[in-house]
Design a protein around this ligand. Structure first.
Ligand SMILES: [Zn+2]
Length: 141
C-alpha cells in the first residue's frame, strides 16, 4: 500500500503565502527567511516568529532534510479517509525549519529517524503544489 497516491487537496493560497505555493508549483522549495536573525520561517508568513522582524526575504531552500519523527496513520480524515494508510512525519529542513508533512514512495517499515529525505512536489490545483518528502538513496554521511 506504500505506493498509493495521496490526495492533493487544494491549499488556501493567501497573498502572504503565495511565493511558497507558486514556488512549489514550479518544483522549488521557497521559504521566507529573516534577514535580521538569520532564521528560516515556517509556516510561511511575512514576519519572523523568532525576533518579530518584518524584513523577510524569500529564498530557495535545498529541499533536503532529516526525518525527525513519523507515524503511520491508518485512519485518516477528510480527503485522506479512504487511504489504507499514509505516513505523517516531521522533517527538519537543512535550513532549520521543522515541517509537518507526508513521506511518500517509501516502505514505512524501512523509514527511520535521522533518515535523509528530499522534497517532492504534488500538483494541487492551478496555483500550488503540496510539498512532501521521499527518502534519499541510502548512503552513509
Ligand atoms: Zn528574525
Amino acid at each position: 500500500m506504500s505506493a498509493q497516491q495521496l490526495p492533493t487537496p487544494v491549499p488556501y493560497v493567501s497573498g502572504e503565502t503565495e511565493p511558497f505555493w507558486s514556488g512549489a508549483k514550479a518544483g522549488k522549495l521557497i521559504l521566507p527567511h529573516c534577514t535580521h536573525c538569520d532564521h528560516t520561517i515556517w509556516y510561511p508568513k511575512k514576519f519572523c516568529g523568532e525576533c518579530g522582524s518584518l524584513v523577510v526575504e524569500w529564498r530557495e531552500a535545498s529541499g533536503e532534510g532529516t526525518l525527525y519523527s513519523f507515524t503511520q496513520v491508518h485512519r485518516g480524515e477528510g480527503p485522506y479517509r479512504d487511504l489504507a494508510s499514509f505516513v505523517l512525519a516531521l522533517v527538519d529542513l537543512d535550513e532549520g525549519a521543522r515541517v509537518l508533512t507526508n513521506i511518500v514512495d517509501a516502505d514505512p517499515a524501512q523509514l527511520f529517524v535521522g533518515q535523509r529525505v528530499r522534497a517532492v512536489f504534488h500538483d494541487a490545483g492551478d496555483a500550488a503544489a503540496l510539498v512532501r518528502f521521499t527518502p534519499l538513496s541510502q548512503q552513509s554521511t
